[in-house]
Design a protein around this ligand. Structure first.
Ligand code: HEC
Ligand code: HEC
Length: 235
């Protein structure tokens, strides 16, 4: 693969190999759970990874599907795996870049994103943007109404901005601003409550996470849960 060649040239391949190995060990337990994600048998899972290693867009898509679901609908389990279906391509590509630049360090996705060329990233972004499976939901229904109010109007007394102002009235997002419609409840709660631990982590590179940062910090946990429950129901 061309990324391997690039790594060869810079002499970093060994380091990456070691990293992949460590990650493999650290993730042994979650990956066992992630295996359940696959809609295919365990053997097909291995076949997916083989296809990924061989390259080709179809193989890469299958590899993403192992975790993100057959139709990019996400996976609600031990560890939430976000929905990619219908995601804004610009946001999607920016996040892949963020995983590689340490702006958004993540044990799995940083390794995955490193292997993807810019052209492949763009093709994957276009593929997932074109999918629109129904949301898999998962949020407590009793929170949905409170979440809708926060999403549409914010909480002016508490200086909480209306999410709709940036993410759009139907939470479809735009450009660098992600779609939230149908995003998994536990994933959104985690993103909002951990914002500065997960994003904008490379001080040398400024990024769009700074726009969202004050909003995430303005929400308390129950407000974050309410708004997450609301967006998880949207198509
Ligand atoms: C082994 C499981 C796994 C595989 C395989 C995987 N991902 Fe992910 N991906 C994750 C997890 C877990 C997250 C959430 C990271 C977090 O919590 O911040 C994620 C996050 C993402 C995000 C950020 C989504 C958002 O809303 O911010 C994108 C984009 C993404 N993955 C794309 C891909 C693509 C493209 C592939 C295939 C080339 C892929 N992933 C393969 C597990 C996986
Ligand atoms: C001023 C514009 C703005 C407002 C208002 C705003 N956001 Fe965001 N939001 C963004 C941007 C930009 C990003 C992308 C950040 C990045 O690139 O890391 C984002 C990202 C997110 C993400 C991460 C999505 C993912 O797939 O990982 C969540 C969740 C989110 N916003 C929820 C909210 C909620 C809930 C509100 C309302 C309380 C809100 N946002 C209000 C601009 C905004």
């Amino acid at each position: 693969m061309c990324s391997t060649l690039r790594l060869d040239q810079t002499g970093k391949q060994g380091r990456l190999r070691r990293k992949v190995k460590t990650v493999g060990l650290q993730l042994a337990a979650p990956l066992a759970v992630l295996a359940v994600v696959s809609f295919a048998a365990g053997g097909a899972n291995a076949a997916h990874r083989h296809a990924f290693a061989r390259g080709g867009l179809a193989g890469k898509i299958q590899y993403c599907q192992d975790c993100h679901g057959l139709r990019g609908q996400g996976f609600r389990g031990y560890y939430p795996i976000p929905r990619l279906a219908g995601q804004q391509p610009q946001y999607f590509e920016n996040q892949l870049q963020a995983f590689t630049e340490g702006r958004r360090p993540h044990p799995i996705m940083s390794v995955v994103a490193h292997t993807l060329s810019p052209a492949t990233r763009a093709a994957l972004a276009a593929h997932f943007a074109s999918l629109n499976p129904p949301p898999i939901g998962g949020g407590p229904r009793r929170l949905v109404e409170a979440g809708r109010a926060i999403f549409q109007n914010g909480v002016p007394d508490e200086n909480i901005a209306a999410c709709a102002a940036c993410h759009g009235p139907n939470a479809q997002g735009h450009g660098q601003i992600p779609r939230l419609a149908g995003q998994l409840y536990p994933y959104v709660v985690k993103a909002l409550t951990n914002w500065s631990k997960e994003r904008g982590r490379n001080p040398a590179i400024s990024d769009t996470s700074a726009i969202m940062s004050p909003v995430a910090h303005s929400l308390n946990r129950s407000q974050a849960k309410a708004v997450a429950a609301y967006v998880s129901t949207l198509r």
